[in-house]
Design a protein around this ligand. Structure first.
Ligand code: GRF
Length: 200
């Protein structure tokens, strides 16, 4: 709850399989002061849609043109009383206007150790392939606030894993995914408590 005693309402933006969304939803079901109010998705048929529907969470399927135009979906998010936006495999860049409306209230997870291997086009297997090609000895996850630039906002948390010479993009992605599921829910809980304590 925030200072007025109301629950912090979260929108998860995701467009993929939704494995992170799944662990976040199940973690937040156990807490009293926050709830996943909405899942926002830009891809009909994405796995995350079924995950949300099975949990009776409202799904908003968004259109590109409206998302990037003017205030886009901001009025809808405000009407839905969304306090915090959690990006979990959402590939569109968040428009500046939405960042302004939710300053320090948008969190993302990146499957590498930023500032390395970030930026436009760096998502999914491309990230892990680049890490391996560069012969990095470690990779990991970066959880950060979202600002107007790709993969750039303040870093909240990083966790590392070793990259062995026989790792492929696929084996590395499993190691990284393990870190994501272990740490993203707990970092979201931390941000929720911080938001609750912020003067509004
Ligand atoms: C994760 O690797 C996350 O780091 C990235 O997108 C992927 C989403 O996977 N931002 P999933 O849909 O949660 O399984």
């Amino acid at each position: 709850m925030d200072k007025s005693g109301k629950k912090i309402r979260i929108a998860i933006f995701a467009s993929g399989a939704g494995s992170n969304a799944r662990v976040i939803i199940s973690t937040l079901k156990e807490v009293e002061d926050a709830e996943v109010a909405l899942v926002v998705c830009n891809k009909a048929g994405a796995g995350v849609i079924n995950i949300a529907r099975n949990e009776n969470i409202e799904v908003l399927l968004i259109e590109r043109e409206r998302f990037f135009k003017g205030d886009g979906y901001i009025p809808f998010l405000k009407e839905t009383k969304v306090d915090l936006i959690v990006l979990a495999g959402f590939l569109w860049k968040i428009p500046d206007q939405m960042i302004g409306a939710y300053r320090n209230r948008i969190i993302n997870i990146h499957p590498a150790l930023l500032p390395k291997f970030g930026g436009k086009g760096m998502y999914g297997q491309a990230v892990h392939e680049a890490v391996i090609q560069n012969k990095e000895s470690e990779s990991g996850i970066t959880i950060h606030l979202v600002d107007e630039h790709y993969d750039h906002g303040d870093v909240i948390f990083q966790a590392r894993c070793a990259v062995s010479p026989d790792d492929t993009a696929e084996t590395l992605s499993k190691k990284v995914q393990h870190l994501e599921h272990r740490h993203y829910p707990e970092q979201i809980l931390n941000l929720i408590s911080e938001i609750k304590n912020r003067a509004t």
